[in-house]
Design a protein around this ligand. Structure first.
Ligand SMILES: CC(C)(COP(=O)(O)OP(=O)(O)OC[C@H]1O[C@@H](n2cnc3c(N)ncnc32)[C@H](O)[C@@H]1OP(=O)(O)O)[C@@H](O)C(=O)NCCC(=O)NCCS
Length: 375
């Protein structure tokens, strides 16, 4: 095998997948374009597609919905574990710990593909329930059980707020879950596959993936993008700032992508909905700020918004606290992570790349009394 070195594995094909691809800038989940899915499929349908390779028929869809409902309640020790966590701890850190802890009450037996399919559904429900339980505890409220008949996205909002959401909010959350569900060999999915490749278990791989997703160069960008927009009171202020930021060569959160160099279709799909939402809510000022940042990025720098840019503001206009944005990304990407885990396990080869050594040359260990440290 010839050795090659590519920092960040840029341009390296690190594995084979049938789950998704980015084909000439088009994102496909198992052959369906993201635009088509965003228009015509719910998160539960996409979850079925990713896990079981086909879009569900009516009975299969009803089946997956009832399984998600059944798996929603948290074990009592998990709720107890959430209570004493300080309010200052981020929701992503809580989620990472709580998913790991909840796994001690994993109701699924076995590690084969069928068991992991069920475990993926259990994790999907538990992650959503943990987010909602933490949200309520942060607000001095008791976690509540799920309400029968609500779809996954609506159920998240219901378990947070204690009342069934309006259709617009439920539809928009569902859309973001569809857009976030999968994205081939991104950093967190790769982390998940690496953990799977050691023959570890699905929950361990998901906990590792949550850690990878948290960073602002990956999923944390939806929170970072909104934090940035909140600095401005007007489009003019934002325009002034972006000029200075670009002159300082600052990274602007929610823009750019390792794979998409001519724009991210997910961002286009969501931005259209965001514009409608802002108009309906009489929040045009936010779109002026949004556009003031976007225009010079696209027109002058040719760096396009990724999905996190419109997503941050969409969640904000839906009244969600910023700390929830990346956890909602987790609530969606659990679908892709699980599908990749199952695929990796089916045809496994341990991930063990080489490194290019850049340390000191070989040298003897000096006796203790001779190890005087510099400074
Ligand atoms: C996602 C990201 C890490 C991909 O980066 P990458 O493929 O490693 O590309 P690089 O960071 O090498 O960027 C290439 C060039 O574009 C510039 N660039 C890329 N993204 C930029 C951004 N968001 N803001 C300003 N400049 C950016 C870089 O500064 C670099 O310029 P240079 O060649 O003059 O040094 C990067 O675009 C980024 O940090 N974006 C912000 C975080 C974000 O939104 N992440 C979510 C991704 S879905």
């Amino acid at each position: 095998m010839p050795e090659s070195f590519s920092p960040g594995l840029e341009g390296v094909i690190a594995g084979e997948t049938a789950v998704a691809c980015v084909d000439q800038g088009r994102l496909l989940y198992r052959g369906y374009t993201i635009q088509d899915l965003a228009e015509n499929a719910s998160f539960e349908e996409v979850l079925h597609l990713l896990l079981y390779e086909t879009l569900p028929d009516r009975d299969q869809l009803a089946g997956i919905k009832s399984t998600l409902f059944k798996f929603r309640p948290l074990a009592e020790p998990v709720v107890q574990m959430l209570r004493p966590i300080p309010k200052s701890v981020s929701m992503m850190d809580v989620l990472r710990s709580a998913v790991s802890y909840a796994a001690h009450w994993d109701p699924i037996r076995g590690k084969d593909e069928a068991a992991n399919g069920q475990r993926a559904l259990w994790l999907t429900s538990q992650i959503a329930a943990i987010i909602a339980a933490r949200f309520r505890l942060m607000n001095g409220l008791e976690p509540i059980p799920p309400k029968e008949g609500l779809d996954h996205a609506a159920q998240i909002l219901y378990q947070c707020h204690g009342e069934a959401p309006d259709q617009l909010s439920a539809d928009l959350i569902d859309l973001t879950l569809v857009l976030y569900a999968e994205h081939e060999f991104n950093a967190s999915t790769f982390a998940c596959r690496v953990i799977c490749s050691t023959l570890s278990d699905l929950t361990s791989a998901v906990v590792g993936a949550i850690g990878a997703l948290k960073g602002p160069l990956h999923g944390g960008a939806n929170e970072a993008a909104m934090e940035m927009l909140l600095k401005f009171k007007s489009g003019e202020e934002a325009r002034q700032w972006i000029r200075e930021a670009l002159a300082r060569k600052e990274k602007v959160m929610g823009f750019g992508h390792r794979v998409y160099k001519h724009g991210d279709h997910r961002a286009d799909v969501l931005e259209r909905k965001l514009r409608q939402l802002a108009a309906q809510k009489g929040q045009q000022r936010w779109m002026e700020i949004y556009d003031a940042i976007k225009e010079p990025m696209v027109n002058e720098k040719k760096i396009f918004p990724n999905v996190d840019y419109p997503c941050g503001l969409t969640y904000y206009l839906l009244g969600l606290p910023i700390d929830l944005y990346t956890p909602l990304f987790v609530a969606a990407r659990i679908a892709g992570w699980s599908a990749h885990f199952i695929e990796q396990a089916r045809n496994n080869r341990l991930y063990r790349p080489l490194s290019q050594y850049a340390g000191p040359p070989v040298r003897p260990v000096p006796p203790l009394e001779q190890r005087k440290q510099a400074g």
